[in-house]
Ligand binder design. Structure first.
Ligand SMILES: Cc1ncc(COP(=O)(O)O)c(C=O)c1O
Length: 374
């Protein structure tokens, strides 16, 4: 009989989530609005800072889609996007009839390289195609080089959409991730540091953008007694049930960050004496990662794949690092600026089980596989 599955990152309830849901049932707020939606938004605003305006939505992808609309992205535009990311960062560019231009990573944070970013911007401006926006991602919870990226963006006056889907609880120079972009987004997908089963949020410093987000996310209904529409709308609002889970999860967010960071420390200590493995770590004290996923680099593709299969045999889920977007068949026609950093990370990298709910016996099973392997 197979041992119980150890997941890469599974939902971890705090205990009070169901109380918020029960209340929604008692009051019959079974809708994409209600006290949990407002309450979850308030909780997030309080957490991120009172100058943040948050709208909770059906997914992080929906938040990127609406974020790009706010930034004026439309048919024929180009949008720069970190290549080393999940496809959801890039797909909404295409929903709008725009084209992604992909940019490589640097080796310290594995996120967007500011030098390659500037090269891409200059090159596109020379061709008369100034990019409309930049999507930079805090991958695996590690903040990107915020100062450098924002400096380049400001130099060319291009807004940044900060994809903080994986980085709620991370900070850069003590400021929370999710507050750096002209628009920022969060995800509460089932595997994230806190979850609403599925969901996301758009964060902005402008009240009018929050209002417009809610307007677009609820089918863009004009102010009229009948149903009247002057804009194309979307059905992107978060339900009051999911938001109830979110309110319960906010009570344990700090604890989840602590536990994920402890998991990362556990792996760092374990691999300290293994010269064949390096682990993604904060470059200096400006960076504070929630360590959503702990990720390691192995000497080559063959070793990475063999280790992944050794885990799989023991019913332990691991995952290769994201395959860069410029190498995805669906984006093969798109431009790419940089070298082969993201490609190398993909070939040699593996994400290890990182959940805040992993127990001692899980850790023992994980380390046993690694010990036997090496
Ligand atoms: C980097 C990144 N961006 C965007 C998303 C999209 O979020 P969602 O799954 O909530 O649509 C995710 C996660 O799924 C992600 O990891």
């Amino acid at each position: 009989m197979k041992p119980e599955k150890i997941w890469l990152s599974s939902p971890h309830m705090g205990g009070n989530e169901q109380k918020f849901i029960e209340k929604a049932f008692e009051e019959n707020w079974i809708a994409p609005l209600g006290p949990n939606v407002t309450g979850f938004e308030e909780d997030l605003q309080k957490y991120l800072g009172e100058d943040s305006y948050v709208s909770v939505l059906s997914s992080g992808t929906a938040a990127i889609h609406l974020g790009l609309i706010h930034l004026g992205v439309g048919l024929g535009d180009e949008v720069i996007c970190q290549t080393f990311t999940f496809s959801a960062s890039a797909n909404p560019i295409v929903y709008l009839g725009a084209t992604p231009v992909f940019v490589d990573s640097e080796e310290e944070t594995w996120n967007m390289c500011p030098i390659a970013l500037e090269e891409a911007i200059k090159s596109r401006i020379e061709k008369g195609k100034k990019p409309k926006a930049i999507i930079a991602v805090h991958l695996y919870g590690m903040p990107f080089k915020v100062d450098e990226i924002l400096q380049v963006a400001q130099k060319y006056d291009i807004p940044v959409l900060e994809d903080s889907a994986e980085a709620l609880g991370s900070t850069y120079k003590k400021q929370k991730c999710g507050t750096f972009g002209t628009i920022s987004i969060l995800s509460f997908n089932g595997n994230k540091i806190i979850t609403t089963s599925g969901g996301g949020a758009l964060v902005t410093k402008q009240k009018e953008i929050k209002e417009k987000t809610i307007f677009l996310a609820t089918q863009a209904r004009d102010n009229a007694p009948h149903y009247q529409h002057s804009h194309i709308g979307y059905n992107y609002r978060m339900s009051n049930i999911c938001a109830g889970i979110g309110r319960g999860q906010m009570e344990v967010l700090d604890l989840h960050v602590e536990k994920r960071r402890a998991m990362h420390q556990f792996y760092s200590d374990f691999f300290a004496s293994n010269s064949e493995i390096s682990i993604l770590k904060e470059p200096n004290s400006d960076f504070y990662s929630n360590h959503w996923l702990s990720a390691i680099i192995l000497p080559n593709y063959a070793t990475r794949e063999a280790l992944r299969l050794a885990f799989e045999k023991e019913n332990i889920e691991t995952r290769p690092l994201w395959k860069p977007m410029h190498l995805q068949p669906v984006f093969k026609e798109c431009l790419f600026f940089g070298k082969n950093t993201a490609e190398q990370l993909f070939e040699k990298g593996l994400c290890l089980p990182s959940g805040s709910n992993l127990e001692e016996d899980n850790k023992e099973r994980i380390t046993e596989v690694i010990r036997c392997f090496f």
